[in-house]
Design a protein. Structure first.
Length: 385
């Protein structure tokens, strides 16, 4: 933090000249501060993205920042990329589609040919085999989706742990000392808590609710429909409470801390000009240039973080969404011919995958909100000044 401010002030004071050099001084201030910041750890996270998403991440080079350069992708190209990724995931899920359809059709044929068998027990046994094979395939896909969600949450948490110290340093550089002191340890703890809840509480609860619901679909003698529904409702309730508490706390804290920082900055600037008549005014003007450069860097890093969270979340969500679409399609195709129990099992597996999507999306949304509020707090502190 101190080295960033010192580097910026040194460059500005050494390069002080005519008013025509203002833009050059501003660029030198940004370049000096970027050299002191370790952005390599953040930039390495772009290597975890798929190739198409890497082009969406904005640049953090000082030339691009001073020129206002952004990603070259338009909204249409972005939608085309998402559609292409979704279709690619669907093509990878065609094997699951074929397997589920074959099992469903086989179970339907066994029921239609039940009159040809001498005992209904044979038909029931064959149907049970088909049902358990379908459940096994469904649980494998659920395990894959849960693994994708856990890995994505781990990656987002690691990225947030790298981003938060950077944003806290830049908050201090623009005068948000109180905000950085309040939010940095708080967000560090909240991000870790959210990840732990999603990985070690919510995903196991979804698995338990899926197991109870599947048992209820197969046999009415060992039915746990209310227990499975209760667990699903518990997952949704925990997600809602997490989001409400997190967003409410962030918004309330974010509305108070910048006011204190803005008043402190205004007071320091006034005292500098009042008690140091000549050099104080030049120092205050130099500080304005440094703070302006730090503000631009902070906003650029914040936008980089927002885009990275979206890109880290996009591909996994599309993978799980493709699985949900497969289950919906199989259920629609088998509905006229298949047994009600198979259709219920498909609906249970589909709703479980949707819950995994909601858990992953909620965690990403909270991280997205945290970055947005941190960026806004720095801007508000400078505005209050």
């Amino acid at each position: 933090m101190a080295r960033v401010l010192a580097a910026g002030l040194l460059v500005v004071l050494l390069c002080m000249g005519s008013c025509g050099q203002a833009q050059e001084l501003f660029q030198e201030s940004i370049r000096a501060q970027l050299e002191e910041l370790d952005l390599g750890q953040l930039l390495r996270f772009t290597e975890t993205l798929e190739e198409g998403y890497r082009e969406l991440v904005p640049s953090l080079h000082w030339r691009d920042l001073t020129a206002g350069a952004t990603t070259s992708r338009s909204v249409g190209e972005l939608l085309a990329l998402l559609l292409q990724s979704f279709l690619g995931e669907l093509s990878l899920s065609l094997a699951l589609l074929r397997q589920l359809l074959v099992i469903g059709i086989l179970a339907a044929l066994l029921q239609r040919l039940s009159t040809s068998f001498g005992s209904k027990m044979v038909v029931d046994l064959a149907f049970a085999v088909c049902f358990f094979v379908l459940v096994l395939l469904g649980l494998q896909s659920f395990r894959l989706a849960a693994g994708i969600a856990q890995e994505t949450v781990d990656t987002m948490v690691s990225f947030m742990h790298s981003l938060l110290p950077m944003l806290a340093t830049l908050l201090v550089a623009v005068g948000g000392v109180t905000s950085a002191a309040v939010f940095h340890p708080l967000l560090w703890a909240l991000v870790t808590t959210i990840a732990s809840l999603v990985q070690h509480l919510l995903l196991p609860l979804i698995l338990l609710s899926t197991a109870f619901s599947l048992v209820s679909s197969f046999s009415s003698e060992f039915a746990f429909p209310k227990l499975g529904g209760l667990l699903r409702q518990a997952v949704i309730t925990i997600l809602g409470v997490m989001f409400i508490v997190f967003s409410g706390f962030m918004v309330v804290r974010g509305a108070i801390a910048p006011i204190t920082d803005g008043i402190s900055l205004r007071t320091a600037k006034y005292l500098t000009k009042a008690f140091i008549p000549i050099a104080g005014g030049m120092f205050a003007d130099s500080l304005e240039v440094v703070v302006g450069g730090s503000l631009l860097i902070k906003n650029a890093v914040g936008i980089f973080g927002l885009v990275m969270i979206l890109c880290l979340m996009a591909a996994p969500l599309l993978k799980v969404l493709a699985m949900v679409f497969i289950y919906k399609l199989v259920g629609a195709l088998l509905e006229p011919i298949s047994d009600r129990r198979l259709l219920q099992a498909l609906a249970v597996l589909e709703s479980s995958l949707v819950l995994v999507m909601i858990a992953l999306g909620t965690a990403a949304l909270m991280f997205f909100l945290a970055i947005t509020i941190l960026v806004g707090i720095g801007n508000l502190a400078v505005f209050m000044r």
